[in-house]
Design a protein around this ligand. Sequence first.
Ligand SMILES: [Mg+2]
Length: 428
Amino acid sequence: MNYIRTPSAGAPVRGVFILAMHMNPLYGRRTFVIMSQPQRTIAHFDLDAFFVSVECILDPSLKGKPLLVGGHSDRGVVAACSYEARKFGIHSAMPMKTALRLCPHATVVGSTRGAYSKYSRWVTEIIAAKAPLFEKASIDEFYLDLTGMDRFFNAYQWTIDLREEIMKATGLPISFALASNKMIAKIATDEAKPNGYLHVPAGMEQEFLAPLKVNKIPGVGDQMYRSLGELGIITIRDLSLRSVEELEKRFGKYGVDLWHKSRGIHTGEVVPYHEAKSISTENTFQENTTDLEFLMAELVRMTERVAYELRQDNKTTGCVAVKIRYGDFETTSRQTSIPYTFYDDELITKAKELFHQLWRKGEPIRLMGVRLSELTGEAIQTNLFQDTQKKNELYKAIDDVKNKFGKYSIVKAGGLEPGKEGEQEAGA
Ligand SMILES: [Mg+2]
């Protein structure tokens, strides 16, 4: 046994782990390993069927049933499904109609987006309290950089304990893998699922990857998988045996990238959560103003602007803040947590609420600002929910226009005086 696989919770996990440790000759022999760069220790945690798990906590009678999360209408799509539903060949992003044909007795539950954000934050807090450096890669996914920790204690046992703590506190099943880089850790977590964990010790990366299908490499989609298949490349081993020149000739830079990945090489850093960029904008007015209509129009414009930036970064935000500076330079700000979103309308509503909580009516304002923080990867999958699908299409269309004609053309166009056309009409 070259890497350590631990079965689902409830099984005699510890016994398997110790046995595997003794069988693994690499364990505890770090002194003999010569490396060009310091050995890294990265853990990847991923909540299992996150939306489904939350729905089951909210309604325990759903547990163990084929469960589909998503919109029920004709245009509905499966946002997430339980492992019981997967047995019928259902997967996420499948049209709800198809899923219900495959499993007519499945239960469909609507999205409880506020609850997902709440549970996601809960898990984040538990990790934040323990981990020295972590990244929240999406609503249900975390990378922890534990490099150097195993000088003081066993990093693997530490992650096992952290997983236990998360499951005990929140009731959510979560899987993890420990490896020498982010890519291996992510792939290994997928192998550990559901409800398990896995350790790929340093030096075992290629051996671990070799038998897996190439589409296990993050970023290899259906089309790439087919293209590689046409070349006879099915497993990651097949890929690693090809020359880098051949892959570059066929796929360009991406081919070189793939070749490195097939050898388990990945240098991506864990981006610290609390240092993750926020997106903000602020505006000092030419004259201090008390004009509420003007201030509201500005607030909307600024919020649309940061929301657009957010979508361009493929992110969602969990926190919006508004800042007001008065004529006498006194500055106040207020922020609030919100369900993860990238929608203008939801953010504008919140920004307006914050503004009204802050604003001392009648006092002239010199500067106003809007800031989005708690930025998280796009995997909230809001676009998969039926009720938001139309909205997403609309935003995409608007953003496409913004990209084409300069970022804020639509906002500006909306702010144009309607009088102009009228005047022309009057003159004609
Ligand atoms: Mg997940």
